[in-house]
Write a protein that binds this ligand. Structure first.
Ligand code: FES
Length: 126
């Protein structure tokens, strides 16, 4: 069996939503100390709906595919729904990740959580 599913390969080779949102409403950056990979998420939010999302990932193929899939999953969602996104949902949407690569999808979950927390913090202080 191939190590990676077709979906992982597709999102790795043609990642969706790569880039930066200059005037983002929430930004989150997380890293994994063990592998050294870093993921940064930018969210544009209107009326508690995620209208745009972009990411920059310096990492492995699974991290890039996970970021890409995670952005697709939360785009158009309400903030409270996006908060519920789990790495399991990201991995499932990618038709699975090898067990030693599951932490890459955890990074995507954490990056989105961190960007949403940043948004909530800014909203509170506005
Ligand atoms: Fe660490 Fe993929 S190997 S995020």
């Amino acid at each position: 069996m191939a190590l990676y599913s077709d979906k992982v390969m597709e999102h790795f080779l043609q990642p969706r939503n790569v880039g930066v949102i200059e005037d983002a409403d929430g930004v989150g950056e997380v890293g994994n100390a063990k592998c050294g990979d870093i993921m940064k998420m930018y969210l544009k939010i209107d009326d508690d709906i995620i209208t745009d999302v972009k990411f920059e990932t310096f990492g492995c193929a699974s991290a890039i595919a996970s970021s890409s899939m995670a952005t697709e999953l939360i785009k158009g969602q309400r903030v409270e729904d996006a908060m519920q996104l789990t790495n399991k949902a990201v991995a499932e949407a990618l038709d699975g990740l090898p067990p030693h690569k599951l932490h890459c999808s955890v990074l995507a979950e954490e990056a989105i959580q961190s960007a949403l927390e940043d948004y909530n913090r800014k909203k509170k202080n506005a």
